[in-house]
Design a protein around this ligand. Structure first.
Ligand code: PLP
Length: 431
């Protein structure tokens, strides 16, 4: 079949808008009439620098990211979302340790041995990384943190499976979260981590958790994984210390991860700990390619960056800005909401055929997870086969949970959502 005959609902990599694919194919072959393609030029060329600058600018405009001295740095990394599971630990533990060291040095003076001894005690007693585990990806991130620093430093402040019969699919009330910060154990966790949209389980935070809102001097260091709902709705960036996401769902092609980091966590505002000190404390030293200060200092060009990927991301962002004008990301938010509502509405209409996996209040607009015929294997296979016949592809649920998953990313057109709705109707009616 041709592209125009297919609607693809895969969870990532995911479809790109057709005009972007066409422009990308042309740029891949011959970029700006230079006789060479965008993936072939040097990442240090003037053209590459222009691509980087334009993509950063488009993202900052789209999401209203403050970029001044008290704002945020936009970084492009490799290693996927999973790479940032590790990077957040390396970088934010390093910031925590250095802040503690400076405070202790102020109190105790320059006696390095004494400072180290006290620091060691404080690390053992007070270093904590908080994770809100609401689905498979935040679970993985918390496991990576435990692998790197040891589980004694990881506080699973919430395990959503405990309120939902051992499965993901609900988010308990904030009052039930066991945050390090809220227990008054000290100046707070080195990071408080959550995944804004859980791709496998179809669970999305409806908004920013009130309990994590900045409170003057005692701001929690909030990290959010937005891999699967990046640039799909408004975000008050100021609430976050770090936002990251792989490009391969709403933004572009696989190969880059976008990380938005508060400048106050980077030099010169925040020094990161000396690697030798971290080693003495038994804490991990991260690889240089995940070291945000190094990446920031080098304008994301510490090593070879896939400029083609950055270009695609920039084109996608620019297209949204052109499409929605002054509405910016709010325009996309409306469209995403409309498509998701249509699909959920028909699923709800036929409760004998369909069962939506997560509870209503935290259903994802991006990954719509449901079972067919009570999760009967043959019935779900029949559903998928019928969908394929109509050109509706990529609907199979994640291998770890099974079922059906319709991913409703930005590039899924209204027409695609309508065709899926029609199929859901017809299948339920047996026509
Ligand atoms: N976080 C979320 C929410 C994801 O959906 C994924 C992948 O699907 C990841 C992280 C991991 O991303 P990657 O495969 O780029 O490492």
């Amino acid at each position: 079949p041709s592209r125009s005959e297919i609607h693809y609902f895969g969870a990532g990599p995911a479809p790109l808008p057709t005009p972007i694919i066409e422009a990308g194919a042309a740029a891949f072959q011959n970029y700006k009439d230079k006789g060479i393609g965008i993936a072939e030029i040097s990442h240090r060329s003037a053209d590459a620098n222009e691509v980087l600058a334009q993509t950063k600018e488009a993202l900052a405009t789209l999401l209203d990211i403050p970029t001044g001295d008290d704002g945020y740095e936009i970084l492009f990394l490799q290693g996927g979302g999973s790479g940032e599971f590790s990077a957040v630990v390396y970088n934010l533990v390093s910031v925590w340790v250095e802040r503690r060291r400076q405070r202790i040095a102020q109190e105790l003076g320059d006696n390095e041995e004494q400072v180290l001894e006290r620091l060691r005690e404080e690390v053992q007693k007070e270093l904590m990384l908080d994770y809100l585990v609401t689905g498979s990806w935040s679970l993985k991130a918390s496991q990576e943190a435990a692998r790197l620093v040891g589980s004694e430093y990881v506080n699973v402040a919430l395990d959503a499976r405990k309120v939902n019969g051992g499965k993901f699919g609900d988010i308990p009330a904030e009052s039930e979260w066991n945050l390090t910060l809220s227990k008054g154990k000290g100046p707070g966790a080195a990071l408080t981590y959550y995944c804004d949209n859980e791709t496998v389980d179809g669970v999305e935070f409806p908004g920013f958790p009130a309990v994590l809102e900045p409170k003057g001097d005692d701001n929690p260091i909030v990290v959010a994984d937005m891999s699967s709902n990046f640039i799909s709705r408004r975000v008050n960036v100021r609430n976050y210390s770090v936002i990251f996401g792989g490009a391969q769902k709403n933004v572009g092609v696989t190969g880059i991860t976008i990380t938005i980091v508060k400048k106050s966590l980077l030099p010169p505002h925040s020094k990161h700990a000396d690697p030798a000190l971290l080693r003495k404390l038994g804490l991990p030293v991260g690889p240089i390619v995940l070291d945000w200060p190094t990446i920031a200092k080098n304008n994301s060009l510490y090593n070879t960056l896939p400029i083609f990927d950055v270009w695609i991301a920039g084109q996608v962002m620019r297209r949204l800005l052109d499409m929605y004008g002054t509405e910016k990301i709010q325009g996309q938010e409306k469209v995403s909401g409309t498509k998701a509502e249509m699909i959920y509405r028909v699923l709800e209409k036929y409760p004998d055929t369909y069962h939506i996996v997560p509870v209503k209040a935290i259903r994802s607009r991006m990954n719509i997870c449901f079972r067919v015929g009570g999760g009967d294997d043959a019935k779900e296979k029949e559903f998928l086969a019928g969908a394929e016949k109509r050109g509706l592809q990529g609907l199979k649920g994640h291998r770890s949970v099974g079922g059906i998953r319709a991913s409703n990313y930005n590039a899924v057109e209204l027409e695609g959502a309508q065709k899926l709705v029609q199929y859901l109707e017809d299948f339920a009616k047996g026509t």
